[in-house]
Design a protein around this ligand. Sequence first.
Ligand code: MRU
Length: 349
Amino acid sequence: MLVGDKSYQTVWMEGTSVFMIDQNMLPFNFQIHECKTYWDTCMAITDMSVRGAGAIGAAAGYAMAQAFLMMKKKTKAITIREARQDIEYTRPTAKNLFYAVDRVYKAGLISPENAMIEAQKVAQKDTQDSKKIGEFGSELINKKTNILTHCNAGWLAFVDYGTALAPIYLAKRQGKEVFVYVDETRPRNQGAKLTAWELHNDEIDHVIIPDNVSASLMAEGKIDMVIVGADRIAANGDVANKIGTLEKAVLAKEFKVPFYVAAPLSTIDAACKTGKDIPIEYRSQDEVLYQTGIDANGNIIKIRVSSPGSEALNPAFDVTPAKYIKGIITEKGIITAHHRSIQKVLNES
Ligand code: MRU
């Protein structure tokens, strides 16, 4: 994607370093963060310098390749299995992380160079899949459409293009009039900070809304469709995505607004029979109790926004049952959120 007049990917590897757009600095500063070791890359995934299902998948694949390369140089006393565990421990919910690590681990057992090649393939595939999702998804968007999205499943959340936002980018290029309602997505505000930044950058009409506004917008008939991403999809079509997705899906059903999930097949976890099997990450309560922003001097600051002495609960994801989902937009086409359709597309791929 273009930032200014330069084309960027969210995450990439050059030599033995992993580079990424530092998402903790956005939308205020555009900075590239370098991870020299697999451990640096793990830290960047954990602290969410890189985030979003596909982007952390690619970063984790690169981290695995870095670990193989480090072992080759014997610069650190780790076993490759320990390194794999470290990487897998960074974030538990997004399936793409485990998918990428597994692919690169198996490739690296042949040689570290092979691990590198595989990690690059994982990242390239993420880009190709996102592009196809954009193509299939744009067919669902009419000439004039108001879309609600939650969190950030744009190009920042993948290596490029994105999933939920990819159809929107393409629809705009096809001359359609799209307007996006962007849930701010408490507590980390990926919508207000990242989705809004992406849409502004691409000159797509949008407005940021507090997370509790969408019900009234739907009741007023102002939302034509909902498109969200996914962090893990169970074999029966239940979808884990950013906390708050479930309530959007329930609302959408009530107000007869089609609710779509956009995700590559690499997000499907056939080993999870239903959403109940998906591990949900709980993050630090500080994310709820404090907010980060920018002061008048341009410094990024963290302030407390809740009553001192109270504690907070911070599940990062929830699970939307398949019955609320009109369709899953994948790189192979739009499928129903049902175990038969999911099994069929997995068998064919
Ligand atoms: O905690 P995050 O920001 O890494 O959450 C993952 C997500 O980006 C969202 O849940 C998104 O909607 C899924 S698709 C990238």
